[in-house]
Write a new protein. Structure first.
Length: 205
């Protein structure tokens, strides 16, 4: 790509590091920004810096938050004995959009994936175990992607908490095998939460 400005070229390179953004899309963004009012660009730059410097991760569930505790965990009307375990913050947003879940969450920050060098110690699994062992947890819902990595992570956590005698369940298979939770439609995901099944049924014959 022949770009007649090193400054523009550098901006294109930075935009192209974003997920699903190729060089041509990055160039369109940069050329669009060149046409904008400088004050608008200051607002964009400020928002990006604020995002990086000021965003927090909830000390109770690891969800993104503006304060030390996220709005969900701080809400006394939520059922804090019901914990939905998810891979990342996108899944929290997807489930919240269904309006079918009234409990709280625990964000792992990924899935166990030896092929990618991600083990249990790289995730927020021990924090989950500590949380459920110290609080009155009635049920844990496994809401991870229906992939091999998701199933492996589910089973690992299940074995870690099995001795605690806590009810465990998983989403019904309305979410297709191999699908990422964040991309399931709201109706399907909502029904999968309402019609969740005992986790033990996933590996017992």
């Amino acid at each position: 790509m022949n770009i007649p400005s090193k400054i523009v070229e550098q901006a294109v390179e930075e935009f192209a590091t974003l997920p699903s953004i190729g060089k041509r899309s990055a160039l369109r963004f940069v050329l669009h920004l060149l046409k904008q009012d400088p004050e608008d660009l200051k607002g964009l730059a400020s928002a990006i810096l604020k995002l990086k410097n000021d965003i927090k991760y909830c000390k109770q569930c690891q969800n993104i938050a503006d304060l030390e505790v996220c709005e969900i965990c701080a809400n006394p009307n939520r059922d804090h004995s019901l914990i939905c375990v998810v891979e990342d913050v996108r899944d929290v947003m997807a489930i919240e959009n269904t309006l079918q879940f009234k409990g709280v969450y625990h964000v792992l920050g990924g899935l166990i994936s030896p092929m990618d060098g991600i083990g249990p110690n790289d995730l927020k699994i021990e924090e989950l175990v500590t949380k459920v062992s110290q609080n009155k947890t009635s049920e844990i819902i496994f809401a991870l992607s229906t992939t091999m990595e998701g199933d492996t992570t589910n089973f690992y956590i299940y074995k870690k908490i099995e001795s605690l005698g806590i009810k465990t369940s998983m989403l019904s298979r309305g979410v297709s095998v191999g699908d990422e939770l964040a991309y399931a439609d709201e109706l399907t995901l909502g029904n999968s939460i309402l019609n969740r099944t005992p986790f033990e049924m996933s590996f017992q014959k």
